[in-house]
Structure formats: structure tokens, C-alpha cells
Design a protein around this ligand. Structure first.
Ligand code: C2E
Ligand code: MG
Ligand code: MG
Ligand code: MG
Length: 284
């Protein structure tokens, strides 16, 4: 009897597993189609220096509107894209699209001084990776220091040498480099030591409980002290409440990104958002 029920659960497991495999395979097929048929869009999330009352930059985030399943979050398809190599086509699309939208609306350089893109380890895996980034940025009407690439430590770990070679070339042309989700990987310090990095982003998991959790608060203070010693800019991610923002400010953090200030938004909303900011600033 035990054997029978074992076999039963084995069968169930098998059926579930093959369903997962086939639904992932289907999702990958859909994603390929999405890239070809322009179902992907980009949104922008502003970042702020609250003390100086200025918008310091925007992070570009990809969105996928699936024709049948609706909105699929990046966390559900970016890993799949990374494993399959499709991420390169997505990165190319995201960079082209965002630069096109921002320049069409004349926001770059004037109103937006920094545009951050998320990049993956797989974006650095090919011999022509560097040329690809250069081609993607060549439509910029001005200098490349407005561009920042956000890389995670886990990505850096996968291909440190390859990534370093590409980043060194892009750095010489002005591109900035940020270490995303800082503190959540295995070798944050080694990555900082070896790659040409100007900014770290404190991961939202540290910010979330910063008021209640003494340990998280101490870790954030330590990251801020380290960043100051190394002359790195720090952006706190996932700031949702005034209490979190006030704590971070008193600890010396200067830049913020989170729902408290602005959610990711379309280019049309960004234009309006920036216009409203300017009007507010113009008022006494
Ligand atoms: P990330 O780079 O750390 O981006 C920040 C994520 O936090 C975004 O999620 C953003 O919408 C979300 N967020 C911002 N403020 C808040 C807040 O106050 N509270 C909370 N709970 N969340 C907040 P999103 O857009 O779902 O992206 C998730 C991740 O997917 C990104 O994390 C990034 O790792 C990846 N990703 C997004 N777009 C791209 C892309 O174009 N290329 C690549 N390679 N990865 C991307
Ligand atoms: Mg990011
Ligand atoms: Mg992050
Ligand atoms: Mg992330």
C-alpha cells in the first residue's frame, strides 16, 4: 500500500513537474514573440535628493503586457530571459526605447541628468558585448555620463573578468556604474574592489524594517559609512514611508527611490510629473 501511494505521489510530482517545464517553455516562446512584436514597454521611476529638493535621475524598468495573461512582472520573466540568452535582445530594446522616448520629449540633459538601466551578467557574455552597448548608446545626442548601468553582485560574480573589461571601456566614455541590491549578494566588497563603481543601491529588504529592526539599521549605517569612505554615491531603494526616509536621512543617506516619492511611470506621466515638479519649485 505504501508503495502504491508512493507511486501515486511520484506520478503527481511528475505531472506537476512536466506542467512547470512546459509552462516555462511556453512562457519563453511567448517572450520571444513579445520581443519581436514590441509587447514590451519601459517605465521610469524617479530618484530624488530630498534635502536639495531635486530629482537626481530615473531608473528604467521593463514591462511586459502579455496579450492573454496581462501584465507579467520582471521577476517572472527576467530570470528566464537570462537563462535563455534572450536578455540581450531585451537590453537592446530597453536602451533604444528609453533613449528614444527621453530624447523625443527633450528630457535628457535638461531635466534628467541620469538614466539608469538594469543589466545582467548575460549581457557581458559575448565577444561583441562592448560593441553592443556602444551601438545602443550611439543614438544619444550628448555625452554618455548621463547613462548609468545597474549591475547586481550576483551578476558580477558570474563573469567578473568579462564584465570588468566591458565596464572599463564604457567608463572611459563617461558611463557610470551602480551596484544594485547592495548587501544581498555573496561578495559585495570584492565586487566593489574589482569593478569601476560609483554608486551603490541599498536593497529594499534593508529599508523595509529599518525602523523596527536594529540589526538592519546598523547594517545600513555601516553601508553608508563605507560608501562615504570610498566616495560612493548611495541610493536607498524601496522607501515607502516618511519614517524610513527620515531615519535614512539622519543616517546620512542622500538619495531616495520608492513609492513614497514616485512609482514607476510611463513617459507621458513622467513629462507631466516633471512639469508639476518645476511648478512647485517655482512657487515661493
Ligand atoms: P531593481 O533593479 O532592484 O528595481 C527596483 C524594483 O523595486 C522595481 O521592481 C520597482 O518597481 C520596485 N520598487 C520601487 N520602489 C518601490 C517601493 O517603494 N516598494 C516596493 N515594494 N517596490 C518598489 P520591478 O519593476 O518589478 O523590477 C524588479 C526587478 O527586475 C528589478 O529590480 C531588476 O532587477 C529587474 N529588471 C527590471 N527591469 C529590467 C530590465 O530592463 N533589465 C534587466 N536585466 N532587469 C530588469
Ligand atoms: Mg535596478
Ligand atoms: Mg534593486
Ligand atoms: Mg533587483
Amino acid at each position: 500500500e505504501a508503495k502504491n501511494s508512493d507511486r501515486g505521489s511520484y506520478k503527481l510530482f511528475n505531472a506537476e513537474l512536466s506542467q512547470i517545464v512546459s509552462s516555462r517553455a511556453q512562457l519563453l516562446l511567448d517572450l520571444k514573440e513579445a520581443v519581436e512584436q514590441k509587447q514590451l514597454t519601459v517605465v521610469y521611476q524617479p530618484q530624488f535628493c530630498v534635502q536639495k529638493n531635486i530629482m537626481t535621475g530615473v531608473e528604467v524598468l521593463v514591462r511586459w503586457h502579455h496579450p492573454k495573461k496581462g501584465m507579467i512582472p520582471p521577476s517572472d520573466f527576467i530570470p528566464l530571459a537570462e537563462e535563455s540568452g534572450l536578455i540581450c535582445a531585451i537590453t537592446d530594446f530597453v536602451m533604444h526605447q528609453a533613449i528614444h522616448e527621453l530624447t523625443t520629449h527633450e528630457l535628457l540633459y535638461r531635466d534628467i541628468k541620469r538614466v539608469s538601466f538594469n543589466v545582467s551578467a548575460a549581457d557581458f557574455n559575448h565577444s561583441e558585448s562592448c560593441e553592443r552597448f556602444i551601438a545602443n548608446l550611439s543614438s544619444l545626442p550628448g555625452d554618455w555620463s548621463v547613462i548609468e548601468l545597474e549591475l547586481t553582485e550576483s551578476a558580477a560574480l558570474l563573469n567578473l573578468e568579462g564584465i570588468k573589461n566591458v565596464l572599463d571601456v564604457l567608463r572611459q566614455r563617461g558611463v557610470q556604474v551602480s551596484l544594485d541590491d547592495f548587501g544581498t549578494g555573496y561578495s559585495s566588497l570584492n565586487t566593489l574592489r574589482l569593478l569601476p563603481i560609483q554608486e551603490v543601491k541599498i536593497d529594499q529588504s534593508f529599508v523595509k524594517d529599518i525602523i523596527k529592526n536594529k540589526q538592519d539599521a546598523k547594517l545600513v549605517r555601516t553601508i553608508l559609512a563605507m560608501a562615504q569612505a570610498l566616495h560612493l554615491r548611495v541610493v536607498a531603494e524601496g522607501v515607502e514611508t516618511h519614517a524610513q526616509a527620515n531615519y535614512l536621512m539622519s543616517a546620512g543617506c542622500e538619495e531616495f527611490q520608492g513609492y513614497l516619492y514616485a512609482r514607476p511611470m510611463s513617459i507621458e506621466h513622467l513629462v507631466t510629473f516633471i512639469r508639476n515638479l518645476k511648478q512647485q519649485r517655482a512657487q515661493p
